[in-house]
Structure formats: C-alpha cells, structure tokens
Design a protein around this ligand. Sequence first.
Ligand code: ZN
Ligand code: ZN
Length: 375
Amino acid sequence: MIEKTELFTRSIGTETDVVSKEMYTFVDKGEDSVTLRPEGTAGVVRAFVEHGVAQTDPKTRWWYLGPMFRRERPQKGRYRQFWQLGAEAFGQGSARVDAEMLAMLRDLFEACALPGVAFHVASIGDAKCRPAYKAKLQEFLRGRADRLCEDCARRIETNPLRVLDCKKEGCRAATQDAPRLMAHLCDECRAHFEELRRSLDLLKVAYEVDDRIVRGLDYYVRTTFELLHTGEGLGSQNAVGGGGRYDGLVQDLGGPPVPGVGFALGMERLVLALEARGAAVKAGPDAFLAPMGAAAVERAMVLARELRTAGLRVDMDYDGKKLGKTLERADKAGARAAVILGEDELARGEAKVKTLATGEETFVPLADLATALQR
Ligand SMILES: [Zn+2]
Ligand SMILES: [Zn+2]
C-alpha cells in the first residue's frame, strides 16, 4: 500500500493530476519520501522487476484487489480511499491479449448482471508516433488558448493530450475539431489497433472507438480503454474501470523490455451500479441464532462456533429474552435465516429455522443444521 514516491513520479508522470495533486505523500523518519498508492499497476511492475520474474516466468498474469488513495473532493462514487480490482498480463505484446482482457471484463459484467457498461477503446500511439502528434496538437491549442479553462491553458505546454479529456463545456467546444491521435498513428500502431478490433469482433465483444480517450497516466501506449456505466446510479462518476497497454513501463522501472497490459475496476462504483439496479449487494449473515432462555444461549454459543467452522456466517443474540426484538435485529442485519432455539425445540434436539425473506418455518435437527443452512 505504501511505495517510494519516486515509483509514481517515474511511472505515472509528474504532469498528471494524479501525481501533481492527488497523492498522499510524506517523508518517513526524515529519509524516504513515501506515498500511499494511488493505483495498482506501478506497484505490480515494481514487484515484477524486483523479483526478476521476467527471467523465471516470461509470460505471466497477475491480479490484485485492495485499497488505493487519492486526495480528491469526496462525492458519490469518488472517495479518498477506494478499492480497485485489477489484472495485468506481462510478456505479450499482441493486441489479442488486450482483446482477451476486454472479453474477460465483458464476461464479468455479465456474471454480475450488469449489461449497461459501454466499452470505449482507442489507441494512443507510442513513442514513435505520439511526439509528432503532440507537437501538432500543441500548435492547434496555442491558437485557442483564450477559449480554454485555466487548467487546460497550462496543460498546452505540460500535457496537451489531457486538454482533450477536459469535461468543461468550453474546452470541449474549443477542441471539437482538434487533430486526433487516432488519425496520426504510425503503421505499427495502426496494425496493432486493427488487430484489436478484429479480435474483439472474433470474441463478439461490443465496443465503440472513442478518439477522445486520454488516460490520466503517462505510461500507456497503444491500446487504452474506458468502461463507462450507462445506467443509473453513478451520475457523473460513471467510469467503472479502465486500462491499457504499458509496453515501456517495465524497462522504465529498471527491468528488461517486457510488454504489459492491464485494467483496474473501481469496486465502490461497481457496487453503486449494482445497487441502482436493485441487486442485493450487502451480504448479511447466513444465520442469526435466536436462543430463548439461559440454557439455550449456552447451547447457541457452541452451535454458532460449529456453524462458523462449517463455513457459514453467523450472528447471535446473547440476551435470550425477547424473541420479537431478536427477529427484528436478524432482519435488520440482512440475515438469510433466523434459527430459533426455544426450550421445546432443544428438548427435541431441533431448531426452528425461519427464512426471513418468505417467513417460511421448518424444524431441523441440530445435527443437520449446517447442511440445511448452506445455500
Ligand atoms: Zn479545460
Ligand atoms: Zn506508433
């Protein structure tokens, strides 16, 4: 979660918003400048280089899930600590690998029953074709500096590609007819992008070519993509994920020339999107034990432990008095079932299992409880 600051300035780039404004950076014991990671790829590449993976496993796939940190104005769908799920594939430069990642993402959204995600793809060129385009874009932007917002006017000299990414109405209008990178790709980048398109068609992954995509990180080359949620629930923060190719990054960070491609998904935004379409995202306990009476509480304590060992999520009430109140708590906790342990039930070696969604009640022998409560 904590890396040396230098890792991010070298990989993400100092002229990006992430590095210039959004990182939590501090000095550790007066020696190293360290930073709470604002994204996952740089750290994965750092580990890849540090452990010499290119020598032992030249073609590998990695994944991560964890918190990232950015100093931003918190709002719905944007948090200073947020979770990302990501994957990276090292050692293969083919656009077919990029297509495979996008197909995997499409399958993931389908498995989540979240069909309303648009895949925007583009190529942002490489070190061969981007510099000439950048110069051309700068020339165009200098002629319109007075129509751009303050940030964009400054970006003309520092990071002109980002101007195309500005969401402000004035900037969008001023750059409507700006030269586009997609029209200035070198032959190799163009062939790479055509292969991506062919592969996506082969795998039947729907996508749109979006020549305004500019990822906010400097390390991307060629394939870049954004995953935009088109349904309700996210408002303006509708990007649920994105990624792309970073073929020079391993070398930039001290490793051999190994290509790489990856993506990251924002978990909080995914959850908001799922909630908006009514999916039950909150995972309550599988069972809430409701013992009645002191003896039943003791029996329930042992039972709770057995059920947890069997892999079930279990909560319980320790008062053992008011059944109505306990059932209310079970309901509020989002429990799937309440397990009622009264004197009569215990005398028979049973529990009354109430499915809270339906109100259906059945008597289950205590020995069979774990099996009966499995989904
Ligand atoms: Zn702007
Ligand atoms: Zn190129």
